[in-house]
Design a protein around this ligand. Structure first.
Ligand SMILES: *[C@@H]1O[C@H](CO)[C@@H](O)[C@H](O)[C@H]1NC(C)=O
Ligand SMILES: *[C@@H]1O[C@H](CO)[C@@H](O)[C@H](O)[C@H]1NC(C)=O
Ligand SMILES: *[C@@H]1O[C@H](CO)[C@@H](O)[C@H](O)[C@H]1NC(C)=O
Ligand SMILES: *[C@@H]1O[C@H](CO)[C@@H](O)[C@H](O)[C@H]1NC(C)=O
Ligand SMILES: *[C@@H]1O[C@H](CO)[C@@H](O)[C@H](O)[C@H]1NC(C)=O
Length: 666
């Protein structure tokens, strides 16, 4: 985990439009629109500093990094034009409701008393269906209903701009129009000169973008300058069926790619479906166990011969994708409510699509990989301490996905392409280049990553009943355990995953991770048929945990608690590494430590959460929830309530963060 500058803007209240929308279950800092991969990640800023409060009409959707990705929607009702998405200029419809689930964002809009629009952004998540999960596509479904029982003449328009195809607005875009044999009309847009495996402002500089809808008698299309295309629709309700072939810079008379559906005279309900997505036949560069870098294909190329086949499948798959996604929504809703109530669901249902959208499936179908980008920090690939906070969602949805995330780590290190005896931090300094670290000069987090790798290997094996996995990787896991034996009781001066907080010797929480890692290795040794070694390891772990309690606990304080580092009695920190003791069923750490921490945290809570440690007022949302998961019920509920409240109140306007200020909400 590595944070560079996080420039928080001053909070300033933006006057809201006349319309008043409800937000359910909360109004998050950014509303997820099309959120499916590191490169298909489009949001609506909702925060008070720089957002309009969460209204789809009247503000441009943006890429997660903040730059506008033009996406506009207009509707003509009885000859009058209104905007329902973006900021193309006309009067806006009135948003009355916004709701999110784990896979959907649903807006309700009113056009006077005449019609109601339901606008659904669906980014499907199918953890057990890798063919569907491999498609970097998202749906936009717009249904229009007469509100007053009268019939209304309705035409519906939506476009994307070339801003999707590059972070460099002076880059030349090129485009095409076509209809698949399955009747899907599409605009295909790309950089005229693709820069393979390159990024600009975190946008992909290669691959083809598709913006598609059903062809048919009521459909017209047009590619051209934004003013012309949107103007044509506004004045006539239709487009010219023409494709401006004057390929030019993204910002030069802003080329946009529009569709207009004439829905005719509506007295009840009708709808139109759009799909947006990115196809990159080559997605990643990876060396793995070989010493030369090779391109790795996107996994969808194993299932579909061409990008158009993939698009055609995706667009026609809406019913099934919607039904699979609704099943997942429901399962997460039921399990979250049962586990810890509505506030917990507010958090989980906002998190899951974002966690999945940090990843991309690649490789051949019989031997796939899951690659992950460390988003909003430095772009590292498959960072172990970024996989770690995300790993419960993969264990919960499909443990196989955790195995696919860890796979390149084992391949690189077991083939001798990493010189250090401790576990590697990431598989490459910048996505999508998994170049490894032959020189061993990755960001060193030795104790953190050795502990994480052993803990996650066992967590996966337990959940998937896959003991063979532990046997296969025993040698290197045992090597990392040796590092823990040497370094975990008295951790050398080093950074933890919270690298932005600085380095420190004898970190109490980091030591705990290492000691739990040794006990986890003892279980692994037992399962992988070496009971003598298991005994040896568990002796170390029990020995260490006894001593750790004498070193890392401040007992003289009014409210005893673990410290940030040994001997610093007035310090404290979230003891989030305790989570793995429960997760793996180790029972290494005495219940008294759990109870002590549960009593302590409420005494140091801020308005929006519990600080990460005594060095700063900020906290980590992920570590708060790891802490909550092993706390008493009332302390758990406190953590969850404060975080759900932060989501609803923060003045910030970006996708759900894991780092925020517990007093200002910034
Ligand atoms: C939006 O609501 C306001 C206030 O009720 C009303 O004046 C305006 O006409 C509405 N606009 C539309 C497009 O329905
Ligand atoms: C990935 O490596 C290629 C060279 O193979 C380079 O052109 C590209 O800029 C790199 N991408 C990133 C995001 O660093
Ligand atoms: C693992 O085994 C347990 C107990 O036999 C069983 O309930 C569970 O379904 C199995 N899990 C998998 C992923 O096979
Ligand atoms: C770590 O703690 C031990 C025990 O208190 C102490 O002896 C040692 O000097 C500390 N290490 C550092 C680098 O401060
Ligand atoms: C126990 O493990 C340690 C660390 O790997 C090793 O040095 C030692 O020889 C082992 N002891 C026995 C009895 O196997």
């Amino acid at each position: 985990m590595h944070f560079f500058s996080l420039g928080f803007l001053c909070a300033s209240l933006i006057a809201l439009t006349n319309a008043q929308s409800t937000f359910s279950p909360a109004r998050p800092p950014a509303l997820p629109l099309a959120v499916k991969s590191p490169y298909l990640s489009t949001w609506l800023s909702a925060g008070r500093d720089g957002g309009n409060g969460g209204y789809l009409a009247g503000e441009w959707p943006t890429f997660w990094e903040g730059q506008v990705t033009g996406w506009a929607g207009l509707v003509r009702v009885d000859g009058q034009v209104y905007t329902w998405m973006g900021l193309p200029g006309s009067t806006t419809v009135n948003q009355t409701a916004y709701e999110y689930t784990s896979t959907k964002s649903i807006f309700t809009m009113h056009v006077g008393d005449a019609v109601e629009m339901k606008i659904t952004f669906l980014s499907p998540i199918t953890p057990n269906d890798l063919r569907r999960q491999s498609l970097v596509f998202s749906y936009l479904d717009v249904s229009v209903t007469s509100l007053d029982g009268k019939s209304h003449s309705v035409q519906l328009y939506a476009d994307i701009s070339a801003e999707f195809v590059s972070g460099d607005r002076s880059a030349i875009a090129q485009w095409d129009y076509g209809v698949t044999s399955g009747g899907v009309a599409y605009h295909k847009v790309h950089r005229q000169t693709p820069l393979l495996f390159s990024e600009n402002r975190d946008q992909a500089e290669w691959g083809d973008w598709y913006w598609a809808t059903d062809s048919g008698p009521g459909l017209t299309y047009q590619a051209g300058p934004d003013v012309d295309v949107r103007g044509a629709f506004s004045s006539s309700g239709r487009l010219s069926n023409s494709n401006d072939a004057n390929y030019r810079a993204i910002s030069n008379n802003w080329p946009v790619f529009g569709f207009a559906h004439d829905l005719g005279s509506i007295s009840s309900s009708t709808s139109a479906l759009f799909s947006i997505g990115l196809t990159q036949s080559q997605a990643i560069q990876y060396a793995g166990s070989s010493s030369t870098l090779s391109p790795v294909p996107s996994l969808w190329t194993s299932y579909f011969n061409t990008a158009l086949d993939a698009l055609n499948f995706f667009h026609h798959d809406y019913q099934e994708a919607n039904s699979l996604s609704s099943d997942l929504d429901q399962r997460i809703a039921q399990d979250s409510i049962a586990a810890a109530g509505q506030d917990y669901l507010t958090i989980t249902s906002l998190s899951i699509r974002q966690a999945f959208a940090a990843t991309q499936l690649c490789g051949p179908a019989d031997n796939p990989y899951l690659f992950m980008k460390e988003i909003s920090s430095n772009g590292n690939m498959n960072t172990v301490d970024v996989i770690f906070p995300a790993h419960p969602v993969f264990l919960y949805t499909n443990p196989e996905l955790l195995k696919l995330l860890l796979r390149p780590h084992f391949e690189i290190q077991e083939s001798g392409h990493y010189p250090n005896s401790y576990a590697m931090h990431d598989i490459g300094a910048h996505y999508p280049n998994a170049t490894g670290h032959l020189d061993g000069n990755d960001e060193p987090m030795p104790l953190e990553e050795c502990g994480n790798m052993i803990i996650m290997a066992l967590a996966y094996a337990q959940k998937a009943n896959d003991t063979a996995y532990l046997e296969t990787h025993f040698t290197i896991l045992r090597q990392w355990a040796n590092y823990l034996i040497e370094d975990s009781l008295y951790p050398a001066n080093q950074i933890s995953t919270d690298d932005f907080a600085g380095s420190l010797a004898n970190q109490t929480n980091l030591a705990l991770k290492g000691i739990i890692g040794i006990e986890a290795m003892s279980v692994i040794a037992g399962l992988a048929v070496d009971s003598e070694d298991a005994n040896n390891l568990t002796n170390y772990a029990h020995d260490y945990i006894e001593t750790w309690q004498t070193l890392g606990i401040s007992r003289s304080a009014a409210q005893p608690h673990t410290t940030l580092s040994y001997g610093s009695d007035s310090s404290h920190g979230l003891l989030y590494n305790l989570y793995a003791d429960r997760e793996l069923g180790l029972n290494l750490v005495p219940q008294s430590v759990y109870d002590m921490q549960s009593s302590f945290y409420p005494t140091i809570q801020g308005q929006f959460g519990v600080p990460l440690d005594t060095r700063h007022q900020y906290t980590k949302a992920d570590w708060e929830l790891f802490t909550a998961a092993v706390a008493s019920t009332s302390t758990r509920d406190m953590f969850i309530r404060l975080l759900a409240n932060w989501i609803n109140q923060t003045p910030t306007n970006r996708a759900l963060t894991d780092l925020y200020d517990t007093t200002t909400g910034g």
